[in-house]
Ligand binder design. Structure first.
Ligand SMILES: NC(=O)c1ccc[n+]([C@@H]2O[C@H](COP(=O)([O-])OP(=O)(O)OC[C@H]3O[C@@H](n4cnc5c(N)ncnc54)[C@H](O)[C@@H]3O)[C@@H](O)[C@H]2O)c1
Length: 259
């Protein structure tokens, strides 16, 4: 099975840390060039220095459509991965623990940041050999189960899944595939922030909270690792994924099971 992506370029948002960074590294391993987009200039520079010939960086917020359009203009893009996201930093249980105003920043970055990025890449995606191109949106199990943990985050991820499906239909006549990928629980900064906003943060450690939670919510009972998302992202972008579009691939230890 060949997963080689030589002579292909992938643009990845949220590429400076966590799952986005692991996906960027997996694409490099498969031979691709990477355009890494993130807000974190320092982490971007560190990543770029690991392979300056094949990594370009764009320091911008995905909430800023003009900056994305300017940064991505006239580029060759074969694959796009949207991983940038934030949570509200507050706990639901119930949703009225948040104010309606707490939703705006989460929706602007986590949902509209993805929409902005895909829009900004449309001209590049529709150019040249479209049949080998793909888009992958990072969603979440939270968007499939009415998760009460962080209501605006759950809603943004549900909308992301729907956007992946409609974009898959719109891009299909060009041969471009669009999928969503849903992590269950991965020990990244984003996940730690969920713990820090919980009431358990006053009485236990992140490790103890994580250990108990994963056993409770996941049939396989183990945390997902960032590399698993890199491997799946490369597979979906490769020729091996040529008939996969409009799908939400869950890497979650069985937390959500499709019928
Ligand atoms: N970690 C988990 O358990 C988990 C679970 C489900 C879904 N996800 C999803 O996976 C994706 C990656 O999450 P992660 O856990 O690696 O998060 P992370 O916090 O480790 O990394 C997110 C990256 O996005 C960047 N970012 C944040 N706001 C940005 C903005 N406005 N513009 C540009 N970049 C911005 C951050 O600087 C960071 O580098 C996200 O879409 C997240 O919702 C993660």
């Amino acid at each position: 099975m060949t997963l080689q992506l030589h002579d292909q370029t992938v643009a990845i948002t949220g590429a400076a840390n966590g799952i986005g960074l692991a996906i960027a590294r997996a694409f490099l391993e498969a031979g691709a060039r990477v355009i890494a987009i993130d807000l974190n200039a320092e982490a971007l520079a560190r990543f770029q220095s690991s392979d300056p010939d094949r990594i370009e960086v764009i320091c911008a917020s995905v909430a800023d459509f003009s900056a994305l359009k300017a940064g991505l203009a006239d580029r060759t893009i074969d694959h796009l991965v949207c991983a940038a996201a934030v949570g509200s930093g507050k706990m639901g249980f119930p949703f009225w623990n948040l104010d309606p105003g707490d939703w705006s920043r989460v929706l602007d970055i986590t949902l509209m940041g993805t929409v902005n990025t895909v829009h900004a890449c449309v001209p590049a995606l529709l150019e040249d050999d479209t049949a080998r191109k793909s888009v992958l949106l990072l969603a979440s199990v939270a968007g499939q189960i009415g998760s009460q943990t962080d209501p605006p985050y759950s809603a943004a991820k549900a909308a992301t899944i729907n956007f992946a499906q409609l974009a898959a239909k719109d891009f299909a006549p060009y041969g471009i595939r669009v999928n969503a990928m849903s992590p269950g629980m991965v020990k990244t900064e984003l996940n730690r922030a969920v713990f820090e906003s919980s009431k358990e943060a006053n009485t236990t450690t992140y490790e103890a909270w994580a250990e108990e939670k994963i056993k409770r919510v996941s049939p396989l009972g183990r945390w997902q690792e960032v590399d698993e998302f890199g491997a799946m992202a490369v597979f979906l972008a490769s020729e091996q994924g040529r008939n996969i579009t409009g799908q939400t691939i869950n890497i979650d230890g069985g937390q959500v099971m499709h019928s």
